[in-house]
Design a protein around this ligand. Structure first.
Ligand SMILES: [Fe+2]
Ligand SMILES: [Fe+2]
Length: 148
């Protein structure tokens, strides 16, 4: 997987693109959540659907940290207002942990019902995370770069 980032791209353009990625990821997660809640659906299929979007989610988070969190922290003025943004970005730890450490063993270590529940909870966490980023983190990063 390549995590190479284009640092020549403006933060404004990065934020716009990341917002589009939220829409795309949320659409996929909506389908996954629906499948997880379908009682007679195959849970292995649900896990493989989530596996298919895993790399996109992780790469997206890397870009948020390398581009958005970085410009927020580089401005001493903006950094003072970053508590909420930092809290939101720290959710990446939980997201990464679920996708990399829990998902591969989800069906072995949980009952089918529990596994479905965990997947639904994860999709809800992600969708809320995206909303909070758009409300808090993206505007702060744009403010940090607005007078450059
Ligand atoms: Fe994020
Ligand atoms: Fe995001």
């Amino acid at each position: 997987m390549s995590y190479r980032l284009d640092y020549a791209e403006s933060v404004c353009s990065v934020a716009k693109r990341l917002k589009q990625e939220h829409e795309e990821i949320d659409r996929k997660l909506g389908r996954i959540s629906k499948a997880a809640r379908t009682k007679n659906g195959n849970p292995k299929v649900v896990v493989s659907l989530l596996n298919a979007v895993k790399i996109q989610i992780l790469r997206h988070a890397v870009e948020e940290e390398a581009r958005l969190a970085r410009v927020i922290m580089e401005s001493s003025e903006i950094r003072k207002k970053s508590d909420e943004s930092v809290r939101i970005l720290q959710e990446h730890r939980r997201i990464k942990e679920f996708l990399e450490d829990e998902l591969p063993y989800l069906l072995d270590e949980n009952s089918e019902k529990e596994a479905r529940k965990k997947i639904v909870e994860f999709t809800e966490l992600m969708i809320r995370h995206h909303m909070e980023e758009e409300k808090e983190v993206f505007p702060l990063a744009l403010r940090a770069t607005s007078n450059r």
